[in-house]
Design a protein. Sequence first.
Length: 86
Amino acid sequence: MTIEKHLISYIADTWMDGGQDGLDENTPLIELNIIDSAGMFELVHHLQDEYRITVPLREVSSHNFQNIKTIAALVVRLQGEGKGQL
């Protein structure tokens, strides 16, 4: 399963009662209030557990959590760096 597909499934299950209709890798998650600031930190914890990365606090921004595509890019980048601190 790709990072994007995993994230779509996780976000749909966690914040959309399992419904994936209208949710794709470009859906604006914050703009549509699918994820709020508290949800962003919940998602950060999930990413850290699922992908064994550390998301530095400076990376927890609306820019990196705009949509599934930007979140997946963050995960790939942090996996490549193999570092970071919250």
